[in-house]
Design a protein around this ligand. Structure first.
Ligand code: CA
Length: 222
């Protein structure tokens, strides 16, 4: 159970997200403007913030900026417009941990919420900013990846998939685990989306880093 703050002025979205998270056993607080949102976010009472960008009072970028400059390290998932790449990039550069393009299915948001909460649990005091396995380095704040010190371009899905691998180095991950964590909803079990994305990642981080374990899944190692 976690305490989750939802800063969203569209009542319909706020209520659908809040109801869904409560049904998952979490406690939610809703703020419908940026000023109240920032107050709540800085109270230290929340484990995670879901933050809309277009807000009255103070927009989501300003809220995020104030939070980070005042030292808050609470994970933030921003809600962005699907067609605004600029917003997404600015939010991630401004210290957001993840983003969810609108409109979204609740299951998609829930997958990101679970992932962020799990990382908070796993993080040591001081919290992890980067993951490093062999020559692959993942900066979780700027969401940039490097291989042998060279930056590589990853899509959001590729990044999340690589993140799951790097959080579990040397362990075999099943296709179901990857589907659940990266896509967050039930794909047709016959879907080859995981294999396709593993293929993309192999091309970008080096084919030798991801081993196929027949009948079981994939293993990431340096
Ligand atoms: Ca809005």
């Amino acid at each position: 159970m976690a305490s989750i703050l939802i800063v969203e002025d569209e009542q319909r979205i706020a209520s659908f997200v809040s109801k869904g998270l409560r049904a998952e056993g979490h406690v939610t607080t809703v703020a419908d403007n940026g000023v109240d949102g920032l107050d709540h976010a800085m109270s230290g009472a929340h484990d995670l913030v879901i933050l809309d960008i277009g807000l009255p009072g103070l927009d989501g970028f300003a809220v995020l900026d104030q939070m980070r400059s005042q030292g808050s390290r609470v994970p933030v998932i921003v809600l962005t417009a699907r067609d605004s790449v600029t917003d997404t990039v600015s939010a991630l550069e401004g210290g957001a941990d993840d983003y969810m393009p609108k409109p979204f299915r609740f299951a998609e948001l829930l997958a990101r919420v679970k992932l962020r909460l799990r990382q908070v649990d796993e993080a040591e005091p001081g919290s992890k900013d980067a993951l490093e396995v062999g020559d692959v380095r993942l900066d979780l704040r700027s969401r940039r990846a490097t291989v042998h010190g060279r930056a590589i371009d990853l899509s959001a899905r590729e990044f999340t998939l690589l993140e799951i691998f790097m959080l579990n180095p040397g362990q075999v991950l099943s296709r179901e685990q990857m589907l659940d964590h990266v896509w967050g909803y039930d794909f047709d079990p016959g879907s080859n989306v995981v294999d396709v994305y593993v293929g993309y990642l192999r091309r970008k981080v080096g084919s030798e880093t991801i081993t196929t374990v027949r009948g079981m899944g994939y293993r990431f190692s340096s």
